[in-house]
Design a protein around this ligand. Structure first.
Ligand code: FAS
Ligand code: PHB
Length: 404
């Protein structure tokens, strides 16, 4: 067994792990990243596209924002189409000037990976059997296998940035954690295509046939989603079938402009709301999807991961630069307050914008639930106060500071 030593072990090289590693390294706090897959595999996962201002600020502080600032698109609002009737949610006007950045998660990950490589910072791709050890002791460690060799990394703290299917959350004993979950009765069929997007900004479409979202990655790359039944399969959807259904759900002016082309990525993602409480156990901290999952309807998944990173980063700076070890107890409480706000917004937007007809719910029929939600959507879109409630949450609620 080879022994390594560092201050913080980060499990997972998704956006959570890479961003945390970059911020800590800039403060001179040593860290090692252990990633199960190859870098190319991580970059092959097409995911989020909208960054809140808080995440944009973090990426700038991490010194990895040059390409985002050059290629990202600042969006001042988005449209909601309700069976073809569109309402513009003017983020900039409703929030006193705030906006969001449209820049793909893959590009964020690529920028962070490049920065780590340029600084020659340790990252072990294709690490297997990663296992946190003695997390409630003062000498935690992480064991893993790398290129056939057994390793143990001795450290002070462990950041579990290993996503929903990782090892970190399961390291917290079952009896010590409470898990909240809702599985939605539908999924999102996503398509990426090198075609000009139908709109300069996003269009969220509520439609009797099902939800659709028109998003983008650049002036020549589009990202579209369709609500599909939970048991649907990608092989059921030819590109032609996808484009025809998308046209039916888009508002007429956008449908008329839709430029179709071959899909370069096509996949179905299930939708779930999930929160693990607490988000820490001894010297182990859960970050991002390791602790929580949201339906992508509110564009919060990646952004909640970023706010977790911000909180843990501030705590670690205080531990190593001020010698204040007590402040680690604040992490879960602070992180969960913002997580639950993001969970609620994503759950609310999903209930309002998806079609529930045909869904059997515990206390009412799906058609009845859809009628309630259609009325909810109409009320919020119909009032400036309602649109402001949507806008404030979409741009992202403020990050919370540590208590002194
Ligand atoms: P990630 O899951 O991205 O990264 C975890 C990393 O840990 C992975 O690289 C994994 O290989 C690694 N890992 C796992 N187990 C390990 C182990 N035992 N040892 C070492 N490494 C291990 N969010 C949005 O805001 N908008 C969207 O449109 C959107 N779409 C999504 C679509 C899909 C299909 C999925 C799954 C998620 C989507 N999300 C979206 C949410 C997504 O963007 C996440 O919030 C984001 O990836 C969170 O980043 P991480 O916390 O780093 O987790
Ligand atoms: C995306 O561009 O992938 C995207 C944007 C906004 C969402 C979900 C996904 O709410």
């Amino acid at each position: 067994m080879k022994t390594l030593t560092t201050q913080i072990v980060i499990i997972g090289a998704g956006p959570s792990g890479l961003l945390l590693g970059q911020l800590l390294s800039k403060q001179g706090i040593d860290n090692i990243i252990l990633e199960r897959m190859t870098g190319d595999y991580v970059l092959g996962r097409i995911r989020a596209g909208i960054l809140e201002q808080g995440m944009v600020d973090l990426l700038r502080e991490a010194g990895v924002s040059e390409r985002m600032d050059a290629e990202g698109e600042v969006h001042e609002g988005y449209e909601i189409s309700n069976n073809g009737e569109t309402t513009y949610i003017n983020l900039h006007e409703l929030t006193g000037g705030k906006t969001v950045m449209c820049y793909g998660q893959v590009e964020v990950t690529r920028d962070l990976m490049a920065a780590r490589e340029a600084a020659n910072l340790p990252i072990y791709y294709e690490s297997t059997d990663v296992q946190p050890q003695n997390v409630t002791s003062e000498q935690p460690s992480v064991t893993f296998t790398y290129q056939g060799e057994q390793y143990e990394v001795q450290c002070d703290y462990i950041a579990g940035c290993d996503g929903f299917h990782g090892v970190s959350r399961k390291t917290i004993p079952q009896e010590k954690r409470t898990e909240h979950e809702r599985i939605y009765p539908f999924g999102w069929l996503g398509v990426l295509s090198d075609t000009p997007p139908v709109s300069e900004e996003l269009i969220y479409c509520k439609h009797d046939r099902g939800f659709a979202l028109a998003s983008r990655r650049s002036a020549n790359r589009s990202r579209y989603y369709l609500q599909v039944p939970l048991d649907d399969k990608v092989e059921n959807w030819s590109d032609e079938a996808f484009w025809e259904e998308l046209k039916r759900r888009l508002p007429a002016d956008a449908a008329a402009k839709l430029e179709t082309g071959p899909s370069i990525e096509k996949s179905i993602a299930p939708l779930r709301s999930f929160v693990c409480e607490p988000m820490q156990y001894g010297h182990l901290f859960l970050v991002g999807d390791a602790a929580h999952i949201v339906p992508p309807t509110g564009a919060k998944g990646l952004n909640l991961a970023a706010s977790d990173v911000a909180t843990l980063y501030k705590i670690m700076c205080r531990v190593y630069q001020q010698g204040d070890k007590e402040c680690i107890t604040q992490y879960s409480e602070i992180a969960l307050r913002r997580v639950w706000n993001g969970e609620r917004f994503s759950w609310w937007m999903s209930n309002m914008l998806h079609d529930y007809s045909g869904v059997e719910m515990a206390d009412m029929g799906g058609e009845t639930f859809s009628r309630f939600m259609t009325s909810e959507l109409g009320y919020y879109l119909g009032s400036e106060a309602g649109r402001r409630v949507m806008a404030e949450q979409y741009v992202g609620l403020p990050y919370e500071e540590l208590r002194d």
